[in-house]
Design a protein. Structure first.
Lengths: 316, 307, 631
């Protein structure tokens, strides 16, 4: 029963990936019209246009191009960038690693902090510290990421001179320098991502807290800590895991902004550059990587919440 | 004493039972009551909406006027006038640009949200009421849109169509219509299984009557709260695009792009990028606080009873 | 009672604070005592403050409430003044709580065993091992199946009646001085209730624990309480020993409560049907109907609920449909209303075939069959005023508008005994009983031929419910409308219905005129139902346990079978090899009385005679025994 549901989710996730790839492909390859014209500009002769179209496979019908593209993507051939003619794999290679390092660090720091703070706030509802956490996180999720980043630059870099205001990497930093360079974007992202997770963890626990079995636990004389950690948390795991996965996915948009502000050489910065120069093949490849990661994370969240359901884990 | 009053307490109780003067299960409907934080937030939102309407006539300068000095000055005055919040990188008055920018930022967001709502609610309620393959079809397409990070969709759309105000509004409204759809559909489905809708169906009522008289009045309040939240997301989305240089294009002013334009001023100690960011924050936080205030009143929590 | 005082409640006052900050008294100075080993019942209707008072003994108030005065002493210690950390020690060790709905009160993510022993171990009363051992002993005492291993299961893996008993184990594990039982059997079916009551009574007696028993049900109280406190509006109306309150109530309110308790279901309670509305053709005729959920495959529903149903609703008659939860009684009404199209069989209205799906029925057919939903709270649109709610069918079916419509709305409000000014109110501004009247008024406004009433009184307090029944009887006499009255409460049905249909696991096991169904011979299930309805008589439980051939023991879940008699697994006179393999024949008795059973009428009658004889001998023996001791 449970395995069935998990398999079903995986199948749905796979189908979603296909649909996502179709949307990305249609928006970047079919709808924009004649890519050869865009590449060569207005002055191109009909002969060169035709030649390029043939070279790009544009003379084929759309669905054949889609399957070719999908096949190429699967075998790691992401195409050629419009700007400079370099292969997209070579452009992405180093950048992807940088973004993964950043996202990994953010996740490693923010998940434990968020769960701990969320649980703590739920354990002491109505206290001034809880109100502070509630208001602080509400404010944080209400403002754009760049607001947090700007304020941090103002305080930590401009006023206090503790950290550099950019995170530009030369590739020759020692670990300490690397950490210093990464500090600002990291702090920004941790704040942005944690705020939402703390709120949702707290809300998830408090939602469970209105259940009759919590009242029963209180009436059995169970201490606060145990009520939260044993009675409430185990029932809120599903929603909480879901929130974590969703917020890691939310990192995607955070990363875009933060990499731009701090000039961090990651994949998102590359994509923004691609959008600005309307380098569609590059945008296409980056979008697929981001969207694919997002879909997989959401899939993992779904599976986690199935696995954490006691009714499904222990069938009648 | 002509009035016939019950002589004993016992009789009074029996009279109470017989007269059906039972207490209502819930107190009569009351209007929404805001805390002082909520009231302050309403004032802030109303303030910005007024600025949107009358902004250009009260701004000290035109958004494109330059003061002739170098950029990034703090509070100063010269022959053109007084620059209360200083000037930006081109020497334009920050205050005036924030006032003008309110129109773009809030106006575009509001337009997008309203459009998103029109699309989302129409399709969402339709899917909930009709069910079957209509629901299946719309829901699957919607799932695919929701499966993409919003900023990615925005980036792809702009890479394809270039950036202009209609493209921004169109993109934002379609992206957020999918979230509205999901909520409207869920709400609609919840209401559709209520007994009073079942009663209407058993009576033989048609689809439109059910939607108009039974579903919409009951979905209105939760949807209104959601509208606030959605508006905040759209403001953040539009501002983020502008901040990336992909939203409202210069020389028009918009809070997101103002932050970007003046970012390098931070290192010289200029607050020209902080003020517009602050403007966004006041608007979005205020809306969220109102929503919080309206929706949080759900009785005492057991959590306060823990020892 | 000369035993030691355990609990003293003196002038207890509890108040609520509403959103406006106003303070509303909920409990207005209540005093009573509980002695060691004594069961005190707090009895009252909703709003009487009975649960609030009982929770005060755990030094607890629901969120939004606070103690406003008086004292509640347990062993001399005032619960109202207890420090927060002290309350934790008291709860679960000195005083234990048993809630109404065990299904909601057990944590779904934790095993039963851990939850049962948790409190005793946390308070250091027992070690985990000792607690586990005690738990198994309690399971055994409570007659739970598989006592050694039930602890490792999760709450959703056992039945509702079992969970209710497991909660008793949870409360008793820490050997509390006082147990608080809050309506512990209200949510259960009668046949399950009797088992649970028996188990509770036994363990309370064995453990010699004092108990507060909160309920609205006087008949249940009569079985279990030593002392009764009658509450109304947060005040004590009357208190005294069970014998005194049950047999000689002095306060008018108590007498009113007693009057609302319906007598034991038996023949001759109903009123005769007036002949003026009689007609040849039955209003509704259901033939060989099968229905269920999840789509239809080869004329069989995927999840069958009802099977081969044959029922008639005569004009101007009340047909009571009785059965336990899950037997399909609501589904029957939904099929008649066209809300759930049947998989097989036919439904006729005035001898005219009805389409299964209501969307295919004609407007006039829809108007003639009206459905009254169980919960008025959810059946009335909270955003419409009463005038619009009642006015809509007038406009929709009869085209009434404006002043005419309003005049008719007022007339209908009058019929359900509500004032005209209610037309401008919202449902939220009405009480539960008033909402239920509006719920019926809306159906009445359609001017129907048949009203399908689904458990319309079960969510109401007994006095309010009794008034609603009175109203329904008056409406029937006045308008000649037929009723299909669905209920799990046999006493209500017996006093109101002209015919009774007994459903079990989706099949009609017995039906016929009320007086015929309620006199022997009975279908074995009808017998079980009748003997399970508690009587307002001290000692009824013991008598019943004696006479009930309780070989079946613990009530099992209702199982819907496709072949054989569904009652076989619980039937004391089942024929192995026949009952579970073949569908029972329908045996015809006089006046259209039918029993579906493999046993012949003669066999069923014989059993009845035996039971009566056994009971009589028992009484005789008891009398002789008493005489013997006297002499």
């Amino acid at each position: 029963m449970m395995m069935q549901m998990v398999m079903r989710r995986i199948a749905i996730g796979f189908a979603t990936l296909i649909v996502v790839s179709i949307i990305v492909f249609v928006m970047t390859s079919i709808l924009p019209g004649d890519v050869a014209q865009i590449i060569l500009g207005q002055s191109a002769t009909p002969e060169t246009l035709a030649a390029l179209r043939k070279q790009l496979g544009m003379d084929q019908p759309g669905y054949i191009r889609y399957f070719q593209w999908l096949g190429n993507m699967a075998s790691g051939d992401l195409g050629i960038s419009k700007a400079g003619g370099a292969t997209i794999e070579s452009l992405i290679a180093g950048r992807l690693g940088n973004t993964m390092v950043m996202a990994g660090l953010v996740a490693a720091i923010s998940i434990p902090i968020s769960i701990a703070l969320g649980l703590w706030a739920a354990m002491h509802p109505g206290t001034w510290l809880d109100r502070f956490v509630t208001f602080g996180t509400l404010s944080t999720i209400s403002v754009p990421e760049f607001f947090i980043a700007t304020i941090l630059v103002l305080i930590l870099a401009v006023e206090l001179h503790w950290l550099p205001s950019t995170a530009y990497l030369t590739g020759e930093e020692n670990p300490l320098e690397l950490l210093r360079a990464l500090a600002m974007p990291l702090i920004t992202l941790v704040i942005v991502v944690s705020a939402q997770m703390i709120r949702m963890t707290r809300a998830g626990i408090l939602n469970v807290m209105s259940s009759p079995y919590i009242e029963m636990a209180i009436l059995k004389g169970v201490p606060r800590r145990r009520i939260i950690l044993r009675h409430a948390f185990f029932n809120a795991i599903g929603p909480i895991v879901n929130v974590i996965a969703l917020n890691l996915a939310y990192l995607v948009s955070g990363v875009v902004i933060v990499e731009t502000i701090f000039a961090y050489p990651g994949l998102a910065k590359l994509m923004i550059d691609g959008v600005q120069t309307r380098d569609l093949p590059l945008v296409q490849a980056c979008a697929m990587i981001f969207c694919g990661t997002y879909v997989v994370l959401i899939l993992l969240a779904d599976i986690a919440s199935i696995l954490s359901n006691p009714r499904l884990r222990n069938p009648k | 004493m002509t009035e016939q009053s019950p002589t004993t307490k016992e009789e009074a109780i029996l009279a109470e039972i017989d007269s059906f003067a039972e207490l209502p299960d819930a107190p009569p409907k009351r209007r929404i009551r805001l805390s002082w934080v909520g009231k302050l937030s309403v004032a802030i939102v109303v303030f910005w909406l007024i600025i949107c309407v009358i902004g250009p006539s009260i701004a000290p300068f035109h958004e494109m006027d330059m003061d002739g000095d170098d950029g990034f000055l703090g509070y100063h005055a010269n022959e053109y006038g007084t620059f209360i919040l200083g000037t930006d990188y081109l020497g334009r008055d920050t205050l005036s640009r924030i006032i003008y920018g309110a129109r773009n930022t809030i106006g575009i967001s509001l337009a997008s949200t309203v459009l998103a709502y029109l699309m989302g609610i129409t399709l969402g309620i339709l899917a909930a009421v009709k069910g079957g393959w209509i629901d299946m079809g719309i829901s699957r397409v919607n799932d695919a849109i929701l499966a993409l990070p919003t900023i990615m969709l925005g980036l792809i759309a702009i890479a394809w169509l270039g950036s202009s105000i209609p493209v921004l509004i169109g993109t934002a409204s379609i992206i957020y219509a999918s979230s509205v759809f999901r909520i409207a559909r869920a709400l609609g489905q919840d209401i559709m299984v209520q007994d009073f809708v079942e009663a209407a169906k058993a009576r033989g009522e048609g689809v439109w009557w059910v939607i108009r008289a039974e579903v919409l009045p009951n979905a209105a309040m939760p949807l209104a709260t959601d509208f606030g939240l959605r508006l905040v997301f759209v403001v953040l989305f539009i501002s983020s695009l502008s901040f990336l240089g992909l939203g409202v294009q210069p020389p028009a002013s918009d809070w997101g792009s103002m932050v970007r334009e003046n970012l390098q001023g931070l290192t010289y100690g200029s607050y020209a990028s902080i003020w517009p960011a602050f403007a966004i924050a006041t608007f979005t936080i205020a809306i969220n606080l109102i929503v919080d205030d309206v929706s949080a009143k759900s009785g005492g929590s057991l959590a306060t009873k823990m020892v | 009672m000369d035993r030691e005082k355990l609990v003293e409640v003196r002038d207890l006052r509890i108040s609520a604070t509403n959103d406006d900050g106003d303070i509303i008294p909920i409990v207005k100075g209540v005093s009573f005592n509980i002695h060691k080993g004594e069961v005190v019942a707090l009895i009252g209707e909703s709003g009487s403050g009975k649960t609030t008072i009982s929770l005060a003994s755990l030094a607890y108030t629901k969120p939004g409430l606070h103690f406003a005065g008086g004292e509640l002493l347990i062993g001399g210690e005032d619960m109202l003044q207890a420090e927060p950390l002290r309350t934790r020690d008291i709860r679960g060790s000195k005083v234990a709580y048993l809630a109404q709905s065990a299904a909601a009160t057990f944590n779904p993510a934790i095993t039963i065993g851990e939850q049962v022993t948790e409190s005793a171990v946390l308070h250091g009363i027992l070690t985990q091992e000792q607690a586990n051992k005690r738990a198994v002993e309690l399971y055994r005492a409570l007659e739970l199946p598989d006592p050694d291993r039930i602890g490792i299961r999760y709450p959703h893996q056992v039945s509702g009646g079992q969970l209710q008993r497991l909660m008793a184990a949870m409360a008793l594990c820490g050997k509390p001085d006082l147990m608080v039982l809050d309506e512990p059997t209200t949510a259960l079916d009668v046949t399950t209730q009797i088992e649970v009551l028996k188990a509770f009574k036994k363990v309370i007696h064995e453990e010699d624990s004092a108990a507060i028993y909160v309920t609205h049900d006087l008949a249940v109280v009569a079985q279990i309480a030593d002392y009764i406190v009658v509450l109304y509006g947060g005040e004590v109306m009357e208190q005294g020993t069970s014998d005194q309150i049950i047999n000689n109530p002095t306060h008018a309110y108590t007498q009113r409560l007693m009057a609302a308790v319906r007598p034991k279901p038996q023949a001759g309670l109903g009123t005769a049907v007036g002949a003026e509305h009689e007609r040849e053709i039955p209003a509704i005729k259901v033939r060989d109907m099968t229905a269920g959920y999840g789509g239809i495959v080869n004329g069989e529903p995927k999840v069958p609920i009802l099977r081969d149903i044959n029922v008639e609703v005569k004009n101007g008659h009340v047909v009571g449909v009785i059965g336990e939860s899950g037997c399909g009684k609501s589904t029957l009404a939904r099929v008649m209303a066209g809300l759930l199209p049947q998989a097989r069989g036919s439904i006729k209205l005035d001898d005219e075939e009805l389409e299964g799906d209501l969307r295919d029925r004609r407007l006039e057919q829809l108007q003639k069959i009206q459905f009254v939903f169980q919960m008025a709270d959810t059946a009335l649109n909270p955003k419409q005023v009463i005038g619009d709610i009642i006015g809509r069918p007038l406009e929709f079916y009869h085209g009434l508008k404006g002043k005419k419509k309003h005049a008719k709305v007022v007339e209908i409000l009058e019929m359900v005994e509500l004032p005209a000014e209610f037309a401008s109110r919202y449902p939220m501004e009405l009480s539960g009983g008033q909402k239920q009247r509006i719920n019926m008024a809306r159906s009445l406004a359609a001017n129907p031929e048949v009203m399908l009433c689904d458990e319309v009184t079960s969510a109401l307090d007994s006095i309010v419910g009794a008034n609603v029944i009175k109203l329904l009887t008056a409406l029937r006499d006045k308008t000649g409308v037929s009723f299909v009255f669905i209920s799990h409460d046999l006493s209500t049905v017996a006093s109101f219905a002209d015919e009774i249909v007994v459903l079990y696991a989706g099949r009609v096991v017995e039906q016929g005129p009320t007086d015929e169904v309620l006199t022997p011979p009975y279908h074995p299930y009808t017998r079980l139902l009748i003997s399970s309805v508690p009587e307002l008589r001290i000692g009824w439980l013991e008598d019943t346990m004696k006479k009930r051939e309780m070989a079946v023991g613990i009530a099992k879940n209702v199982e819907i079978t496709s072949i054989g008699c569904p009652f076989f697994s619980r039937c004391p006179m089942g024929i192995e090899g026949t009952c579970e393999k073949q569908n029972p024949p329908v045996r015809e008795l006089k006046m259209g009385h039918q029993i579906a059973c493999h046993r012949t009428i003669e066999e069923l009658e014989e059993v009845e005679i035996e039971v009566q004889r056994a009971l009589h001998e028992d009484e005789h023996a008891a009398d002789q025994g008493e005489e013997g001791t006297l002499h």
